[in-house]
Write a new protein. Structure first.
Ligand code: F58
Length: 826
């Protein structure tokens, strides 16, 4: 749309923001898109009509943004991520468009139940957890900060599974998020790229009589673009999330078809379309996941081809590709991009190795999200050779050049060379994707200060010694729009009053709250805001689980993926200890507590699933024990996802961030809780360290071993059995579990869990147990002093400004991407 035809009329049905225009648009869409009269429309029809009404208003901004970026030839950030865990769009877009209040009035006028309409939206669960959600927060901040950016990923037909709890166990159901249509995406049927797989390479002489290699793939698949607009908060910039869906190049292999082999004919179609079928849950080992490697290469290849297309719209060649784009690799999942860009430059666009390498390693930057050795991705040389033979050649050549340089630098240091090598030679030869990403990037970053230090001193030590300036820290952040402004109406009202309506754009202005930390009349506002959020969550708990909880009890919450390193079982052990103490001494004076858990276990992760069963089982006993008199309640909220998370953070008094020090790269749930006024009980791990420094040590409950303590303990030979032997409370707690009281007398059910703790304890749960229990006692007494608690809670919110994802994105722009805002206005 060019400027003279652009409609900028407040009353226009498709673009206007007046109350009347919004109402008219809704009714029009109900009729013309959903084909319904208001009388017979379902709630879902109303949701669709509302979604289209909002989307129309975004389109104008989106098109203007594309035009502005194109004209300015703006440097663009491409965020390459196998996961984007966006959460519901509708309410978020209302907020970013700044029409949430107006839409509330419109809904009243039209007699619509807005909450019920929001409830209809099935979230796109295109991610596992923190890493995918971080990508979504970053998209929100990139648009808000007016940074030209494209998110590139995969349009999985099935996202992360839905979790239901049956007899206390997790059961997985497939996620049918597309079943009722997705009003937020726009398919671009003409925007498709071919992606090859398999086959072989062959040598040939080019026109300069140089010997070159070329790839002859066996299978070619198409990637089709599906675009979703990402609107910034209170700005017109609307960026693009482009997800690729796989399609067969032809729906029939006519040859087979003509021979009567119908199933053979559609086989290729099935193989091709399987590529974007389902998101991998973060199961244990990577080995043998051929389809996952196909997914990674598929989306990376489509994305790079698309970037090249965009670049060549303006430029005659790709010499300055790296000036136009900064491509961020969200973990190693897209790291094959290093080899793919080299292939495209050399094989397709005729660049020399040297020039191609210069462009490539100035294009990519790599973010590491984990130190867990089992999570560092490697692919077997055999599999790569089968699926991507040309890429394997390129990787070998990159490695050859790199190791030659290193041998000159470290002559005879064979051990070091072996560690640096992109190819691991122990056992079956494997490609280390983190090494490939590091060698092929201009920047590498960790996601919290502690994590970055550990990267530099442990897994990436050798690389850090070679390129100290390549390493950066960018502490994660979360978007305050979704996680406070939208999820916590009460707190939003307070903040708008005190800090002005723009607080969510400039989170450091939360500091104004400091002045009210000791103001007791303000405390009562604060407390009633918290109570309202707890009442709301209590209703959800009742509806989802049938359990009645008291909103006046302390809400102690741990929601995140279930993993042994995150130590949900440490939390559960503490609950069993409290139960045991209360049974022995029913008059014990404790602050009544509601323990809330939520999170999915990877379907193949037995111990994580047993932890869920353990939590639900202790809940079933304790919640129904009349002697406990509601002093303890345990709830496991099923199907923790972005949508279900939103009412949880505002309702927490205590946030559990209890991973073993050194294992949680950053954590982002910790930030969401604290921003909503929860106090943290946590270890010195990930971003907890920085949160504690910001909010004040006196406003944070810290416990447990530090990274150094852990190292020492393991060096000294840790024996969990000794801990049990020396700690009567712990030993009684374990005896109680072993008695079968939580398993209807079944002595075998929780054996694997108890045995793993007592005989192995890989995440030092028992070693931190005593410190945790004592810290929980401090929490208990602190909660009794309401005034002091309120003060701590207020100060937590006041001092969380640093953890806005806007700050993280500013750090990336300044230190890594070197990119400036390009404001867009209608
Ligand atoms: C998470 N990683 C980190 N991985 O565990 C967390 O500390 C950090 O805050 C967050 O990234 C953002 O930096 C994470 O969520 C995954 O979900 C992978 C998905 C693909 C399979 C392996 C796990």
């Amino acid at each position: 749309m060019n400027d003279d035809t652009r409609v900028n009329n407040d009353e226009h049905t498709r673009t206007g923001l007046s109350l009347e225009a919004l109402k008219r648009a809704f009714l029009d869409n109900l009729f013309y898109i959903q084909a319904r009269f208001p009388d017979v429309a379902t709630e879902h029809d109303r949701y669709m009509a509302a979604a289209y009404t909002v989307r129309e208003r975004m389109l104008e901004r989106w098109i203007k943004t594309a035009k502005t970026y194109k004209e300015n030839e703006a440097r663009t950030v491409c965020y390459l991520s196998a996961e984007f865990l966006l959460g519901p769009h509708l309410n978020n877009n209302l907020i970013n468009l700044d029409i949430a209040d107006k839409v509330e009035v419109a809904a009243k006028d039209l007699d619509l139940d807005l909450e019920a309409i929001f409830e209809q939206e099935v979230e796109p669960g295109l991610g596992n957890g923190g890493l995918g959600r971080l990508a979504a927060c970053y998209l929100d901040s990139l648009a808000t900060l007016q940074i030209p950016a494209i998110g590139y990923g995969i349009r999985y037909e099935f996202g992360i599974f839905d979790q239901v709890i049956e007899h206390g166990w997790q059961v997985e159901k497939s996620d049918l998020w597309l079943r009722n249509g997705n009003p937020w995406e726009i398919i671009r049927p003409k925007l498709r790229f071919s992606v090859g797989f398999g086959g072989h390479t062959e040598l040939f002489a080019d026109k300069h009589n140089q010997t070159r290699s070329r790839w002859v793939p066996e299978l070619v698949v198409n990637g089709v673009a599906y675009d979703t607009p990402i609107l910034g908060y209170q700005v017109d910039n609307t960026n693009l999330l482009r997800l690729w869906s796989a399609e067969a190049t032809a729906s029939f292999d006519f040859d087979s078809f003509n021979k009567g082999d119908y199933y053979g004919a559609i086989n290729e179609k099935v193989i091709a379309e399987n590529i974007s079928k389902v998101l991998y849950p973060n199961d244990e080992p990577e080995a043998g996941k051929e389809l996952r490697l196909r997914q990674q290469y598929f989306f990376v290849s489509c994305s790079l081809q698309d970037m090249i297309r965009l670049h060549l719209r303006h430029k005659a060649n790709l010499d300055n590709f790296h000036h136009k784009f900064a491509a961020q690799l969200n973990d190693t999942h897209p790291a094959i991009a290093v080899a793919e860009l080299m292939r495209l430059l050399i094989d397709i666009y005729g660049y020399s190795w040297k020039s191609a390498w210069h462009i490539t390693r100035n294009t990519f930057a790599y973010t590491n999200h984990t130190l867990l050795p089992e999570a560092l991705e490697t692919w077997s040389v055999k599999l790569l050779n089968k699926l991507l033979p040309r890429h394997l050649e390129i990787i070998y050549e990159i490695n050859g050049h790199f190791l030659d340089e290193m041998r000159t630098r470290y002559p005879f240091d064979h051990a070091r060379i072996a560690r640096l090598s992109i190819i691991a030679e122990e056992g079956e030869r494997r490609v280390r994707m983190a090494n490939l990403a590091t060698v092929g990037s201009f920047a590498v970053n960790g996601v919290a200060a502690l994590h970055t230090e550990l990267l530099k001193t442990t897994v990436m030590k050798d690389f850090y010694e070679i390129w100290p300036d390549k390493f950066h820290n960018v502490t994660n952040g979360v978007t305050p729009r979704r996680f406070v402004r939208m999820s916590n109406t009460g707190l939003n009202e307070i903040l708008c009053d005190l800090a002005g309506p723009d607080w969510a754009k400039n989170l450091s202005c939360l500091e104004v709250l400091e002045k009210y930390a000791d103001d007791t009349s303000f405390h009562s506002h604060w407390q009633s805001m918290k109570l309202t959020a707890k009442q709301r969550l209590s209703k959800i708990i009742k509806k989802q689980t049938g359990i009645s909880v008291d909103p006046n009890s302390m809400f102690d919450i741990q929601v995140k993926r279930i993993h042994e390193y995150k130590r949900q079982h440490l939390n559960a052990l503490h609950i069993v200890t409290l139960y045991h103490q209360l049974k022995k001494n029913p008059e014990m004076d404790i602050s009544p507590r509601t323990f809330v858990f939520g999170g999915k276990a990877a379907p193949g992760y037995f111990m994580a699933k047993l932890i869920i069963k353990f939590i639900t089982s202790i809940g079933a006993v304790i919640n129904n024990d009349p002697q406990i008199k509601d002093k303890l309640k345990i709830v496991f909220l099923p199907d923790f996802n972005v949508k279900h998370a939103q009412p949880i953070y505002p309702a927490a008094d205590i946030s559990e961030q209890i991973s073993l020090a050194g294992k949680e790269a950053s954590g982002t749930g910790n930030m969401k809780f604290s921003m909503n006024g929860a106090l943290t009980i946590g270890t010195l791990d990930g971003a907890n360290v920085e949160i504690r420094d910001e909010v004040g040590h006196e406003n944070f409950f810290v416990f447990g071993m530090t990274v150094d303590d852990v190292k020492r303990k393991l060096n000294d030979g840790y024996r969990p059995q000794d801990v049990v032997d020396q700690n009567a409370t712990l030993s009684e707690t374990i005896d109680l579990i072993n008695s079968g009281i939580f398993s209807h007398g079944d002595l075998k059910l929780f054996r694997p869990l108890v045995d793993s703790l007592v005989y192995q304890d890989p995440y030092l749960v028992l070693a931190d147990y005593q410190s945790y229990v004592e810290c929980q006692q401090q929490v208990d007494s602190a909660y009794k002093d309401t005034e002091h608690w309120n003060r701590m809670s207020i100060l937590n919110v006041a001092r969380m400004g640093k953890f806005s994802s806007d700050r993280s994105i500013r750090d990336y722009c300044k230190n890594i991407w070197k990119v400036e805002p390009t404001p867009v206005s209608l």
